[in-house]
Design a protein around this ligand. Structure first.
Ligand SMILES: O=C(O)c1cc(=O)[nH]c(=O)n1[C@@H]1O[C@H](COP(=O)(O)O)[C@@H](O)[C@H]1O
Length: 241
């Protein structure tokens, strides 16, 4: 997979017009986009069809988290859209993810069914307090990744800090999709567990999700090219392509 196929730009905008404006500006620089809750709801789903009409690949990030039947039905909806990847929350559990992976494979075997482990906006202290646990985020993410794999799903969303341990535990073909990616020149915003694009590739991230460093940049094309440049450096150093 080349650098361009690994960069997923998060289209977090309140209107479809703003999203279209950015996609036009970025042109051929970017070929994969993420449509999350904000864009999907504000565009009433139109963003997915718009992007696929341009030949762009779409990660539908609606992070389903509910009882098994409800999540499975929502996932079947996702798998029927023009998307190459969609996600649920691993915290929904084994039964939920098993029913999602089984049903989605019948409808669209090519759609990657992914589970979010520990959100990249969490720190270790927050997780310890919230879950009343002594386990670190890395331990939780690795455990949830194992449950995700055993449930027949294709991969996880995790921070780059957990990616190599997850690859070691779940195998190299188990996908790691990593937000919390920040070049040195970009602000962290609300992300806690961040890493540069180059280091993220070296740590085994398959896909890097990058939003604000590109979408809010004064020159988004230049920002995307800088991120792609770092991804290429990482791939060259890791000798993968
Ligand atoms: O599932 C996601 O995509 C996701 C999971 C996670 O743990 N952290 C996370 O930031 N994301 C998404 O990744 C994108 C990151 O955007 P920026 O922080 O602007 O680069 C946002 O659209 C988030 O919704």
């Amino acid at each position: 997979m080349n650098a361009k196929d690994r960069l997923i730009v998060a289209l977090d905008f309140p209107t479809i017009e703003e999203a279209k404006g950015l996609v036009e500006v970025l042109g051929e620089s970017v070929s994969v986009y993420k449509v999350g809750l904000e864009m999907f709801l504000n565009s009433k789903g139109e963003a997915v069809d718009y992007l696929s009409s341009l030949g762009k690949k779409v990660f539908l990030d609606l992070k389903f988290h509910d009882i098994p039947n409800t999540t499975m039905m929502a996932s079947v909806f996702a798998a029927k859209q023009n998307v190459f990847m969609f996600n649920v929350h691993a915290a929904g559990g084994r039964k939920m993810m098993k029913s999602v992976s089984e049903e989605v494979k019948k409808i669209n075997p090519d759609a990657l069914a992914i589970a979010v482990t520990v959100l990249t906006s969490f720190s270790d202290d927050e997780i310890k307090e919230l879950y009343q646990t002594e386990h670190s985020i890395k331990e939780l993410a690795m455990h949830w990744a194992k449950v995700t794999k055993e449930s027949g799903m294709d991969g996880v969303v995790c921070s780059p800090w957990e990616a190599s341990a997850i690859k070691e535990k779940c195998g190299k073909d188990f996908k790691t999709i990593c937000p919390g990616v920040r070049p040195k020149w970009a602000a962290a915003n609300d992300q806690q567990r961040i890493m540069t694009p180059k280091d993220a590739i070296l740590k085994g991230c398959d896909y890097l999700v990058v939003g604000r460093p590109i979408t809010k940049a004064d020159d988004p094309v230049n920002a995307a090219e800088l991120v792609l440049g770092e991804i290429k450096e990482g791939l060259a150093e890791a000798k993968v392509c």
